[in-house]
Design a protein around this ligand. Structure first.
Ligand code: PAF
Length: 277
């Protein structure tokens, strides 16, 4: 496996007629990321992972500075998972000048849910993903369904810009108790870690209620928010959406593929999760 830090070295490393499968990450890797790399192995003869903590997708009050940078450990894990090239550029390398051109996700997709509670987040994600795609020029890119809306936004961007890239979505990896693996789980205290699974349990209760025939989604969501808040969480949203476009499912549209999504803060850690049904 090769570790490259500059665009010049990356271009040299990827030259040749390989089918490139790409996994963008911000590092501090866990089993969920490694599954993406293993999946990428099945899609390309050259697997490239990037590690770059992208300032553009963090709001000033968020955890950009404290986000764990664990390059040595990440590289060992990537090697074991079958990665060929790790692209870990500096900020100066990717943003040599203030980024004047940005990619903005469309209204209705980029400004709801995560986009509503983290304004600017998807502009930061789309812009860096576009830049990374330009650098790596992959034929396949692998993203986790854990960041469900991000996966949808990236797919939408690739489609609208006619980029010749297959975007593959991979199921969320969960801990034994059901907590979705996330780099931010490391911020949780022991007590918070034990409580953290309640987010996915709240989503499961929401799903059971919908499957059981309940139709007043607004009331169900309000109950779900109140029950997490009563346990000491600060929920942003718990909601059921149409999988195709993340819109609220119109009443009477039975049988459409749905997804329950949630985001909530436990102490100072913001967790997100989703379950398709
Ligand atoms: O999901 C992430 O880790 C990031 O949002 C991504 C896609 C690597 C862009 O910085």
């Amino acid at each position: 496996m090769m570790l490259v830090r500059t665009l010049v070295d990356l271009r040299q490393a990827i030259s040749g007629n390989q089918r490139r499968a790409f996994v963008p990450t911000m590092g501090n890797l866990h089993e969920g990321h490694l599954n993406l790399v293993r999946e990428a192995r099945a899609h390309g003869d050259c697997v490239i992972a990037s590690i770059f903590v992208n300032r553009l997708q963090f709001a000033p009050h968020e955890d950009f500075d404290s986000y764990p940078r664990t390059l040595d450990r990440d590289c060992k894990q990537l090697l074991a998972a079958g990665c060929d090239i790790v692209f870990a550029p500096s900020e100066q390398e990717l943003y040599p000048e203030p980024q004047g051109y940005v990619v903005q996700a469309p209204a209705g997709l980029g400004d709801v849910l995560e986009g509503e509670f983290r304004p600017g987040f998807f502009t930061g994600v789309c812009t860096i993903v576009m830049k990374l795609f330009q650098c790596v020029q992959p034929q396949v890119a692998v993203f986790g369904k854990k960041d469900y809306q991000q996966l949808m936004v990236v797919r939408n961007m690739v489609r609208q810009f006619n980029m010749p890239i297959d975007v593959v979505g991979i199921e969320t990896e969960r801990a034994e108790d059901g907590l979705a693996l996330s780099s931010r789980n490391g911020y949780l205290s022991a007590e918070e870690r034990a409580e953290a699974v309640q987010l996915s349990l709240a989503l499961r209760r929401l799903i059971e209620a919908v499957k059981g025939g309940a139709t007043d989604l607004a009331a169900l969501e309000a109950d779900a928010l109140a029950s997490l808040a009563a346990r000491g969480w600060q929920p942003d949203y718990l909601t059921v959406r149409r999988r195709s476009d993340l819109a609220l499912p119109p009443a009477g549209e039975a049988g459409a593929p749905l997804v329950a999504l949630g985001a909530a803060r436990l102490g100072t850690t913001r967790l997100i999760d989703n379950i398709e049904f």
